[in-house]
Design a protein around this ligand. Structure first.
Ligand SMILES: CC(=O)SCCNC(=O)CCNC(=O)[C@H](O)C(C)(C)COP(=O)(O)OP(=O)(O)OC[C@H]1O[C@@H](n2cnc3c(N)ncnc32)[C@H](O)[C@@H]1OP(=O)(O)O
Ligand SMILES: CC(=O)C(=O)O
Ligand SMILES: [Mg+2]
Length: 367
């Protein structure tokens, strides 16, 4: 039952006369990297046509990281890119087109929506809404989009993605995910969330060396603890709790969780680690802020050849999918089969859009 003020009977009814019917199921389109660009930055914008086909999602960012003086230029730049770029966005697009609008309390959000939907609504796959606090923010966007879609004569609804970047948003995460059939997914917004929570970090995503646990002290023969001895410390993940909550809320509502930004562009190693943690916990993708993060995201959010080889062996060994078998000394049963099927299904979806990956998965030998 969706956590919405609408009754179950009305949940899938269009919110404006003439608006397209809401989707019953959010399409599982590969979105390993959501690549951010500033449409008001001419150098970046010029690179977009050649990036089509090299990344799953291109996102024209209108919010933070776009200078206040450039807000209008960014919106207009995105309209031009959406209109003129072959293969970008819409049902036939090889790369999805998303945007991040300005926050709903800003002077720009209303014009972002009323400009973009009539101009390039047929190309826009997903609108990312920042700083979502609760279901009321999604309800506002939901109704407005329905009105704009009806007026523009759009044939399919634009989906909505919320950034979780306030404490209230995290507290309301389940109701946000279930607020509308338009909800496509959630991203973590670690920078704004840290500020809102009064965390004492100054970074965009990633860990912190001060957030750690330390090995117990060695004890002497008389049982006294030597707290001054050298002891190994283990850095902990600041974002584990929030990502885990997001994953559960998204899974409960049939939508998709994503990591978010990793601001240390030079540290490609820690970036890969952070993305992998999110992948293992259940996220389907992440953000890319710089072209070099696209390859990292594509690698991490595609199951490895080794994982697919093992998953296929389990599927084959399990026959009709019930009971228990031994494989390489380990017990496999109905539940491990289900995990393997998650990987096998994902590999099929990715192979359908990524010929290089298809080649690698096709080359896996049976047995
Ligand atoms: C907390 C949040 O909200 S995160 C989301 C908001 N932030 C963003 O969207 C940031 C997007 N990324 C950027 O603005 C930039 O990548 C920066 C500021 C991080 C780094 O920019 P630069 O210092 O110019 O990077 P660098 O010099 O390595 O760029 C190399 C080339 O890639 C281009 N480039 C850099 N980032 C991008 C991008 N995101 N998309 C397309 N091209 C890009 C540059 O224009 C440059 O082109 P050139 O070779 O023709 O000169
Ligand atoms: C992603 C984002 O907007 C943030 O971290 O604040
Ligand atoms: Mg933010």
């Amino acid at each position: 039952m969706p956590s919405s003020s609408r009754s179950a009977k009305d949940f899938f009814a269009p919110l404006a006369v003439g608006a397209p019917a809401p989707v019953r199921e959010v399409p599982a389109r590969p979105s390993r990297a959501i690549h951010f660009f500033d449409p008001s930055n001419e150098k970046m914008a010029a690179k977009i046509p050649q990036m089509v086909g090299t990344v799953d999602v291109l996102l024209g960012n209108l919010e933070d990281a776009v200078k206040a003086d450039n807000k209008l230029a960014a919106r207009e730049g995105l309209v031009r890119i959406g209109r003129d770029t072959d293969g970008l966005g819409g049902p036939g697009g090889t790369t999805q087109l998303w945007t991040r609008i300005n926050s709903l309390d800003s002077p720009w959000a209303l014009d972002d929506l009323t400009t973009l939907v009539p101009a390039i609504g047929h190309r826009l796959d997903v609108i990312m809404v920042p700083k979502v606090q609760g279901a009321e923010d999604i309800h506002y966007v939901d109704r407005l989009l329905a009105q704009l879609e009806a007026r523009a004569g759009l044939e399919r609804p634009i989906l909505v993605h919320a950034i979780l970047e306030t404490a209230r948003g995290v507290a309301n995460v389940e109701e946000i995910c279930g607020a509308s059939p338009r909800m496509q997914g959630l991203s973590l917004g670690p920078a704004d969330l840290a500020a809102d929570r009064r965390m004492k970090t100054t970074r965009v995503g990633g860990g912190h060396p001060g957030y750690l646990v330390r090995q117990d002290p060695p004890t002497s023969a008389d049982g006294a603890a030597d707290v001054g001895a050298d002891r190994t410390t283990y850095q902990q993940d600041l974002w584990h709790y929030t990502i885990a909550r997001m994953v559960d809320a998204c899974a409960m509502h049939g939508i998709y969780p994503y990591y978010g930004p990793f601001g240390d562009i030079a540290d490609v190693v820690a970036c890969e680690d952070q993305f992998r943690n999110a992948f293992l916990l259940g996220c389907v993708g992440t953000w890319s802020l710089h072209p070099k993060q696209i390859a990292i995201a594509n690698k991490v959010f595609s199951p490895s050849v080794e994982d697919i080889r093992h998953a296929r062996r389990v599927v084959a060994a399990m026959g009709d999918g019930t009971g228990a078998v031994m494989l390489d000394g380990k017990m496999e049963d109905d539940a491990s089969l289900k995990q393997c099927l998650v990987l096998v299904d994902l590999a099929e979806e990715l192979a359908a859009i990524d010929p290089e990956l298809k080649k690698q998965y096709d080359a896996i030998e049976e047995g």
